[in-house]
Design a protein around this ligand. Sequence first.
Ligand code: 13P
Ligand code: SF4
Length: 323
Amino acid sequence: MDFEPRVYPPVRESQPLSALQEEILELKKQRNAVILAHNYQIEPIQRIADYLGDSLGLAYAAKSAEAEVILFCGVHFMAETAKIVNPGKTVLLPDEAAGCSLSDSCPADKLAAWQEAHPGTYTVAYINCSAAVKARSDLICTSGNAVRMIEKVPAEREILFVPDQNLGAWVARQTGRKMRLWPGSCYAHVMFTARALEKVRRQFPDAPVVAHPECTEAVRDLADEVCSTERMVAFCKDTPSERIIVVTESGMIHRLQKEIPEKTFIAGPTENCACNDCRFMKMNTLEKVRNALRDMGPEITMEEDLRRRAAVPIERMLEWSRS
Ligand code: 13P
Ligand code: SF4
């Protein structure tokens, strides 16, 4: 751990779009497409997105999309969610291998076996899971609304929270609600350690720490704010500090620089690296985005019966999240 922290100073000027970005925007028009991108995408993709946000914002944006094609720059479960909430659209994912370690940690057959052994349990699934797991769940949540969603579950029901034990533990502490936690985790967020974070805090004692709830408890306990990627934008805007330590996937810093160009951001370090990339989020490239629009694939498809069952807990979340 002898590397220097990665510091992103204020942004003075923005670069013109590249020929490839222009080509994508032209194809987008021809295909009547909308580009939705997650905050962890590479900066060149973030720049050409029509909507950039967290999982919750993206689910709403997908539901209300009017274009014929949704090009989803994120990971598979996010594009799948877009198809579930807006089935009439063609949903494209630039790289269909862009998965998620959290989603992989909870196979639907294992969840089914657990539920059969524990009848009557209320299953709340973090949106980072497959359509088949969503179809077996009572309610979906994201990091942006997990506390509010858990507060709405009837008090007498026992809750199983899948698949992220870290988000689950954080929500349990916020709400005081006892929950059984599925033993899954995000491989990227658990790489942040308290030791590495303490070291960078000593170097920037004036900088508050904002961390994603997928981090471990030891890291969350050192943070001034624990929240979803979208809420991080508001936190960084509102804090009077000029410098903020951001403990989440490194793409988030591009979103923050776009929204708050005058501030300095310091990437949360791991034991091995000055920042942290999610290898799945980083599978999408500008070339693959162009190819997806040119070839109209890879396309997200699913059986209508599965889609309808998975839609029930997502729609419940979207409705409860508004109130
Ligand atoms: P957000 O919903 O906070 O954007 O998080 C999504 C995610 O995959 C975090 O790793
Ligand atoms: Fe999944 Fe973690 Fe990547 Fe988010 S950062 S998509 S939770 S592997």
